[in-house]
Design a protein around this ligand. Structure first.
Ligand code: DAT
Ligand code: MG
Length: 134
């Protein structure tokens, strides 16, 4: 048994397209607990800190523009192996590589706007939760 917490987010494309309910519904049906949830339009500073590992990459500025350009839904999830399992529910970063049934397979076509975010490790989860839920 490993009860974990992770950081999950519905990105601006997901909010704009009305996918918040669908995504929360999947989490609830799966049995993961949403222990915190807020909607906000993040500042560039918070997004730059969140994606610090990608600083300097060609897509970084576009990524920051995109994420700070609309409302997101930020969540703390709790449950058994939730860090890896939420990543599995989202599917691969590139939607065309994601497995059928996953969120990115079902609802996205491009890597630029792939609907959802999830921390990729226990270290990332702790770091990201510290940024978004101070
Ligand atoms: P993930 O979101 O699956 O953790 P990541 O950490 O590698 O993936 O990248 C963060 C986000 O950056 C990703 O969800 C979408 C964007 N991104 C990644 N690679 C990209 C690329 N080649 N072009 C445009 N956006 C990209
Ligand atoms: Mg990542």
């Amino acid at each position: 048994m490993s009860i974990e917490r992770t950081f999950a987010m519905v990105k601006p494309d997901g909010v704009r397209r009305g996918l918040v309910g669908e995504i929360i519904s999947r989490l609830e049906k799966k049995g993961f607990k949403i222990v915190a949830l807020k909607m906000l339009t993040p500042t560039r500073e918070i997004v730059e800190e969140h994606y610090a590992e990608h600083k300097g990459k060609g897509f970084f500025n576009g990524l920051v523009d995109f994420l700070s350009g609309g409302a997101v839904v930020a969540m703390t999830l709790e449950g058994e192996n939730v860090i890896a399992e939420w990543r599995r529910m989202m599917g691969a970063t590139r939607p065309w590589e994601s497995a059928p049934g996953t969120i990115r397979f079902e609802f996205a076509t491009t890597v630029d706007e792939n609907v959802a975010h999830g921390s990729d490790s226990a270290e990332s989860a702790a770091r990201e939760l510290g940024i978004w839920f101070k």
